[in-house]
Design a protein around this ligand. Structure first.
Ligand SMILES: *Cc1c(COP(=O)(O)O)cnc(C)c1O
Length: 395
């Protein structure tokens, strides 16, 4: 038998973490890594944060799981907190990002179904988007690497160019249910949508009674220096998918919706065995205790500006390797002049963890609790690595 016990779908590297402390990870032989990847934008509080750890310990001793057939004081409290802090009136808890997007897609379709327009079931989605790995979420993209070999895919998605408002508006027809878009594309290469684009989509949704569905799985929960990225755009969405950072490393997600958007989501229309169990709610509450206040969010914006400024200052010294920085808050991307995957691998050998993304970008996604010393350590390490990096010959 040649196949590995772990299904070999990931190109796993030789970093093998067994312990984490703050912004550092430690391997089996004690190797130390500076973690500027945070899972992939997951460990908002770093590793072993005392508030999250204690909340999980306490909840594990009290109650880990009960069925959604019972009342959920823990779920009600966390949902109320999300409702108080966001555009949303109601929340469905999931176990992952893709499930949060699935719920968002179902909610958008049911909205039109409930209004007697079941033909309005097509979501307009965008190039280079990433919405997850389930059948619906791969059907929502046009990326061959996600879709190849999984046909037949689901109907009901139409892909147009990202950040091109004319293309988005031109794609609207009598079957359109709404738009599904990442305000800041993550896997696609840390591309923030322009303000005109998001505001234009909102206007079109108001005019044509469509659903503006935001995938904030990567950019949500304080990552960009706002609790949710839509706040940067001065609009309110109808539906938002949230996950990754929301549990600080505990697997959970949420689909947030307005009362209007959730009109079709009545008893029996959706469900999840684990979704919103007391253990997950304790994780979410602990993360929100730390991040959901103006002081913390301001700090994320400040640290984001400092990190960005330090990178911008360093980049001209290595202009054969780096092209520039983009992003929002602590969701930053370094556009490379050489292959980003090879450079991310090289950084790992220097004890620095980042994540490659589309468009030849190195994603810089540190825990949100970093300080200036951590930024200096990262930028110095990155600069030293760029200095010793043998730029591969391009053919
Ligand atoms: C990671 C991601 C997902 C999928 O989340 P999973 O937890 O892996 O299912 C969906 N959308 C975006 C924008 C993501 O970054």
């Amino acid at each position: 038998m040649a196949i590995t016990p772990l299904m070999p779908v990931y190109p796993r590297c030789d970093v093998r973490p067994v312990r984490g402390e703050g912004i550092y990870l430690y391997g089996e032989q004690g190797e130390k890594y500076l973690d500027f990847a945070s899972g992939i934008a997951v460990n908002l509080l770093g590793h072993g944060h005392p508030h999250l750890t204690q909340a999980l310990q306490k909840q594990a001793e009290t109650l880990i799981h009960v069925s959604n057939l019972y009342g959920s004081p823990q779920g009600e409290k966390f949902a109320q907190r999300l409702v108080d802090l966001t555009f949303a009136d109601t929340v469905f808890f999931t176990n992952s990002g893709a499930e949060a997007v699935e719920c968002a897609i179902k909610t958008a379709r049911r909205y039109h179904h409930a209004k007697g327009n079941p033909h309005k079931n097509v979501l307009i989605t965008f190039t280079n988007a990433f919405h997850g790995r389930t059948m619906a979420t791969i059907s929502a993209t046009d990326q061959a690497k996600l879709r190849d070999g999984f046909a037949p895919l689901l109907e009901g998605f139409k892909v147009v160019e990202f950040d091109n408002l004319d293309a988005a508006l031109g794609a609207i027809d009598e079957n359109t249910a709404g738009f599904l878009v990442e305000p800041v594309q993550g896997e696609g290469g840390i591309r923030p949508a322009s303000k005109d684009f998001i505001v234009g989509l909102r206007k079109a949704c108001d005019e044509h009674d469509l659903m503006l569905v935001l995938d904030e799985v990567q950019c949500g929960v304080a990552r960009t220096g706002k609790l949710y990225a839509y706040e940067h755009y001065g609009i309110e969405p109808d539906i938002v998918a949230s996950a990754k950072g929301i549990g600080g490393g505990f697997p959970m997600g949420a689909c947030l919706a307005t009362e209007k958007a959730a009109a079709g989501m009545v008893i029996g229309t959706h469900g999840s065995t684990y979704g919103g169990n007391p253990f997950a709610m304790a994780a979410g509450q602990a993360v929100f205790d730390v991040v959901a206040n103006e002081e913390f969010l301001t700090r994320v914006r400040t640290m984001g500006e400092r990190l960005r400024a330090a990178l911008e200052q360093m980049i001209p010294n290595h202009d054969k390797v780096f092209e520039g920085v983009r992003g929002l808050g602590l969701m930053l991307g370094i556009k490379m002049k050489t292959d980003s995957r090879a450079f991310v691998a090289y950084l790992r050998t220097k004890g620095i963890l980042t994540v490659a993304a589309g468009d030849n970008v190195v994603r810089v996604l540190p825990p949100l609790v970093i300080d200036e010393a951590n930024i200096a350590e990262f930028v110095e390490g990155l600069s030293a690595a760029a200095g010793t990096y043998d730029v591969p010959e391009t053919a």
